[in-house]
Write a protein that binds this ligand. Structure first.
Ligand code: SF4
Length: 431
């Protein structure tokens, strides 16, 4: 994409800004332009094409940032170095497995989060594995190159993708086969598999009804999250529940306004990897839904590891209570660390730890570092048998919430990261 194309993006955003300003009676609308490097993917017409280099990506971002700030529009971008690593894996092969292992050993985790992503560690890992990133991202590949994904069949023929690539270069449009002629991509048999338009989804109907102020009811659910479901992050869990509610055919209530949002409220999010026997979720439904009926329907739709345990009606305006005390079990012998201490020694260790007048610790939450004393947060700590520790943490006003990994790190002299590898089960919450 040349600079003149980038300037066209800026011109388009400027048009949108002017339309927004006119629509809001002269008020300046808030508009953000987001841009990221294009990463060619397997089974697409661009799977033979090189990706732009990191330097080119940074150069294009600089032009957009400069030009958009000139017309007072926000700019969001995807890190160009992250795009390089994503590009390598998008069309990578088995040789990358050594690089993944090496990066893992260097501490690379959650690399999709920019605050965790370490480009240099990935480059070192590629180097140690004898992998040249440019081999995967920087080459224009011949049409007859054999790809690592060629043995899988996505349905669409390679010949069609080559034709589509050639049409893209000529700026030719391919008709939408739902409303126009078939382009013979190879996907349909035109009998069982053929294009169909989805019926109108219930979501929009519900949003409209919500806006009309129809009567609603609110239900508090208690649920457990164990096994494989412990790896679902909070936002993923929200999606899981919204989908389950839709599949169960329950009439979810939406907020009013420009962006109707489903009316769900949760307690404090559970750290990824932690299991829990007691979590709470409040759902507002349109009309009147018996809680037991909702419970049964939802349990039929949630994935493995999620189980609704009880449901009770709630007044509409009651706010979500915060936890004042939470009980956990830490399974110190399990997990990758496998801390193996004799029961007598554990009990001595816990006695000494609990007898301390203060337990200073440094807690980092969202890049904010705070020095706190763990002692007031530690309501109870005892040996529960079978290499399990029972831990009760209380909420202390004015202190960031202390988590089990903070206590385990201090107790066993571990780094916070290592301590978070100890499996922890949340037992219950006192509200
Ligand atoms: S009708 Fe089927 S085969 Fe034809 S272009 Fe559409 S998806 Fe492909």
């Amino acid at each position: 994409m040349r600079e003149k194309h980038l300037l066209e993006i800026v011109r388009l955003a400027d048009c949108v800004k002017n339309i927004g300003r006119r629509a809001s009676g002269g008020k300046m609308p808030q508009i953000n332009v987001s841009a990221s490097s294009f990463i060619p993917k397997p089974w697409t017409p661009f799977q033979w094409e090189p990706q732009i280099t990191m330097e080119q990506g940074l150069g294009k971002q600089a032009v957009l940032r400069r030009e958009l700030s000139r017309i007072k529009l926000g700019f969001k971008w995807h890190d160009a170095d992250m795009s390089v690593v994503e590009g390598v894996f998008a069309r990578g092969d088995r040789r990358l497995s050594k690089a993944i292992l090496s990066a893992f050993r260097k501490g690379c985790r959650f690399d999709g989060w920019s605050e965790k992503f370490d480009f240099n560690k990935w480059m070192e890992s590629f180097n140690e594995a004898g992998v040249d990133p440019a081999f995967y991202t920087g080459r224009r590949r011949p049409f007859d190159e054999v790809f690592p994904w060629d043995h899988l069949n996505p349905g669409v023929a390679k010949e069609f993708l080559i034709k589509e690539f050639e049409r893209a270069i000529e700026l030719a449009r391919t008709p939408d086969c739902k409303v126009d002629r078939c382009s013979n991509c190879g996907l349909c048999d035109h009998k069982v598999i053929k294009p169909r338009s989805a019926k109108e989804g219930p979501v929009f109907d519900q949003a409209e009804k919500a806006a009309s102020g129809e009567e609603s009811c609110r239900v508090r659910f208690r649920f457990s999250k164990t096994g494989i479901a412990r790896f679902l992050g909070h936002l993923e869990l929200v999606s899981v529940f919204i989908r389950a509610i839709r599949r169960a055919g329950l009439p979810l209530k939406y907020s009013q306004g420009f962006h109707p949002m489903p009316k769900l409220s949760f307690g404090a999010p559970l750290p990824v990897g932690m299991e829990s026997l007691e979590e709470y979720l409040d759902i507002e439904f349109m009309g009147t839904i018996p809680p037991e009926e909702a419970l049964e329907k939802l349990n039929a739709q949630v994935p493995e590891g999620i189980r609704f345990l009880s449901a009770s009606p709630l007044p509409l305006k009651l706010s979500f209570p915060s936890a004042i005390m939470t009980e956990y079990i830490a399974q110190i012998k399990d997990g990758p660390l496998g801390i193996d201490i004799e029961p007598e020694n554990i009990e001595g260790l816990l006695r000494d730890f609990s007898a301390k007048d203060s337990i200073p610790v440094r807690i980092t939450r969202e890049d904010k570092v705070t020095d706190v004393d763990l002692k007031p947060s530690l309501a109870a700590l005892s040996y529960a048998g079978d290499s399990n520790l029972s831990l009760v943490l209380r909420k202390v006003e004015g202190t960031p919430p202390v988590r089990p990994a903070d206590v385990l790190a201090c107790l066993f002299g571990l780094s916070r990261e290592d301590a978070s590898l100890i499996p922890v089960l949340k037992i219950r919450t006192v509200q």
